[in-house]
Write a protein that binds this ligand. Structure first.
Ligand code: 5GP
Length: 206
């Protein structure tokens, strides 16, 4: 069977930006997609489910996966490892799917280096730092110390918004969801460079 060409949509932004809520909101409107479930060494939070939100592993297991080249990309975020497994991503791309990643700025750089010509990237953020702090506190899944770490991290990540194709400010959830939906649908029209080259070559041969 001929392999189809999937495309990638990278979502980054501080924890508390509302990435998961936005994806849930548009999930029925963007066609067939595969949401990449990352592997992490961070402790599981209340309400999280193994294999749904993340694959939760020990540091030893994560390091073994690194050595065996199982990751498309991985990074140390807030002192914990997070990584994207290459195999399910490759399979979803071969099936022609839209592959969605929720990864940090380091992950975006790595994915762009490897799959840049089929990748669209979006940075999602609350309107202000104060709003982010409020959301993280309301979520009450993290300790005060962790919340401060996340806020410091958000300040650093925001400096790198220009590395993304789009910025979605999640003030009003419905409005932000509409924007993200349009971006996801448009991302599907990205054409890999080898296909463009083939197309150009055909025109030269006539
Ligand atoms: P959280 O602990 O709140 O679930 O995620 C913390 C941060 O790690 C978020 O910015 C999220 O986008 C990022 N993250 C989650 N999975 C991955 C991954 O596989 N790779 C990278 N580079 N970052 C990830």
């Amino acid at each position: 069977m001929k392999k189809k060409n999937g495309v990638v949509l990278v979502l980054s932004g501080p924890s508390g930006a509302g990435k998961s809520s936005l994806i849930n909101k548009i999930s029925d409107e963007i066609g067939d997609y595969y949401f990449s479930i990352s592997t992490t060494t961070r402790p599981i939070r209340d309400g999280e489910v193994e294999g749904v939100h993340y694959h939760f592993v020990t540091q030893e297991e994560f390091k073994k996966d690194i050595e065996e080249n199982h990751f498309l990309e991985y990074a140390l975020v807030h002192g914990n490892y997070y990584g994207t497994s290459v195999k399910p991503v490759r399979e979803a791309l071969d099936e022609g799917k839209l592959v969605i990643f929720d990864i940090d700025v380091q992950g975006n750089t790595a994915v762009n280096n490897r799959l840049g010509d089929i990748t669209t990237s979006v940075f999602i953020t609350p309107p202000t730092l104060e709003e982010l702090e409020k959301r993280l506190k309301n979520r009450s899944t993290d300790s005060e110390e962790v919340i401060h770490k996340r806020i410091r991290m958000a300040k650093r990540e925001v400096q790198r918004i220009s590395e993304y194709d789009f910025l979605v400010i999640n003030d009003d959830l419905d409005e932000a969801a509409q924007k993200l939906k349009q971006i996801a649908l448009t991302a599907k029209f990205k054409i890999p460079i080898h296909e463009i080259n083939e197309f150009v070559q055909q025109w030269e041969e006539i």
